[in-house]
Design a protein around this ligand. Sequence first.
Ligand code: V0V
Ligand code: CO
Length: 141
Amino acid sequence: MFMRIDHIGIACHDLEEKIALFERTFELTVVAREVNEEQGVKEAMLHIADGEGGGSYIQLLEPLSADSPVGKFLARRGEGVHHVAFGVPDVSQAMEKIGAKGVRLLDERPRHGSMGSSIAFLHPKDVGGMLTELVQAAEGR
Ligand code: V0V
Ligand code: CO
């Protein structure tokens, strides 16, 4: 069902500072930036590799407010890995299949994600404590 790891999402207080750290330390390059109001984040994608069905990235996330998902996470746990995103060929189909196994979906329908992708989240408590995102990359990415 999963094709690849699309990205690892990392929560941080200061996006620019963490971009500089990841560029300096791992020699990664920012390929996209976006403010996503619906998700309550300002984010940047740093490219790691290209693969079948899409690339893989580190996603750095700064919250837009304290009561957003990433804002709450930072207050409770501090900076660090926030979620893991799996690349799937069809996000609606993956949601249906995984939902039918009793895993709670946090989204009723796919939402807009980074770089024109369609995304949906699974409840961390139903998958071993890991907030999990499903990502269907934009056509041609
Ligand atoms: C909360 N919990 C987590 C967690 N956040 N566990 C692992 N990883 C995380 N990131 C735990 C929390 O400690 C609680 O455990 C339990 O889940 C229930 O949490 P809650 O009190 O309901 O906490 P909330 O209100 O903070 O909600 C958590 C959820 C929320 C996961 C429901 O953050 C959510 O809906 N997230 C999906 C949207 C999102 O994260 N968007 C930002 C990324 P205990 O204490 O009860 O044991 S946007 C993005 O990735 C984009 C745009 C993209 O990729 O393109
Ligand atoms: Co993400």
